[in-house]
Design a protein around this ligand. Sequence first.
Ligand SMILES: Nc1ncnc2c1ncn2[C@@H]1O[C@H](COP(=O)(O)OP(=O)(O)OP(=O)(O)O)[C@@H](O)[C@H]1O
Length: 338
Amino acid sequence: MLSLEAEPRAAEALDTTPPVIDISALTVEFPTLSGRSSTAIRELDLSIARGEIFGLVGESGAGKTTLARSLLGLPPAPGRVAAGEIRFEGQDLLRIGERALRRMRGRDLSMIVPNPRSELNPLLPVGEQIMTVARVHLGVPRREARRLALDMLRAVQIPDPERRMAALPHELSGGMAQRIVIAIALVCSPRFIVSDDATSGLDVTVQAQILELLQRLAADRGSAMLFITRDIGITAHLCDRIAVMLNGEIMELAAREDFFFRPRNPYTITLMAAFAHNEGLRRLWTRSAPPLEPAAAGRACPFLARCPLAQPRCAAERPALRELAPGHVSRCHFPVPR
Ligand SMILES: Nc1ncnc2c1ncn2[C@@H]1O[C@H](COP(=O)(O)OP(=O)(O)OP(=O)(O)O)[C@@H](O)[C@H]1O
């Protein structure tokens, strides 16, 4: 059930300085055997302010992971950024070169992924793994790296951190291992964090603890966060603004209250109905959308095949994102009345 229990963070609490991350017209493509490329992210615009947690919701295949990885300059192979800009504090990450980007990853930009087991080195104590990141990226001596690692273990609420420094990943529960992954991602206090489905697979209580932790850490450090998830319910608790994405395109984007109380796009509404009321609908939602024929995909609305309100115009003309109220945009020819 959706709820907006968490206290909304006051708009004025968000910084009004230029965005930390500013993505414009980003297009990411994958080559196909036919020789034509398929578009996983299409002309996407998005900016995130300092201290803001931005939620990006999308079903399987929407392009979430492709976007997350592209933002760190690592689109999944053989994908490639075909067009657009990704500005981090004004610098275009797509044009600064691999060496500069490598220095920034882990230090200024960081990513939290699910499946901690596959992220962590199974043979190295977790404390060493956090320390290595601090030493490599911050250039601090071993003693300072150890202090930072211990501070980080305390911040992610690992009990008995001194002893846990020496633990190997398999000696920790899934929730603990995920906290270690977060500790690694945050030890250098990055100014931009991408969390890609970071809590999926954890049980609900652990998930809630980790979300609370992420929220607190982002607030304490003033980081901007892109929180990517399939679960729209999570964003209601955590995020300042939310966008819903389909087939590599943003369908609707709004501040949290507008998004949940005044959604205007039929896709967003279908998605909320599915999560709120009905297990059958929910299953339908978590299924991938049937792909459109390439010819139709170029000109039709991405939600055409499933939209209960579709009209002939939706097949003939791809809707553009339109601003319906300040800060509230939707991609639909026939926005649902407020
Ligand atoms: N390595 C790849 N090669 C070819 N196509 C890919 C590759 N990775 C992703 N794609 C395509 O890009 C599109 C977006 O996929 P992506 O994995 O980013 O979606 P997602 O929203 O993260 O899905 P999920 O929630 O299932 O992880 C899909 O159409 C997918 O088929």
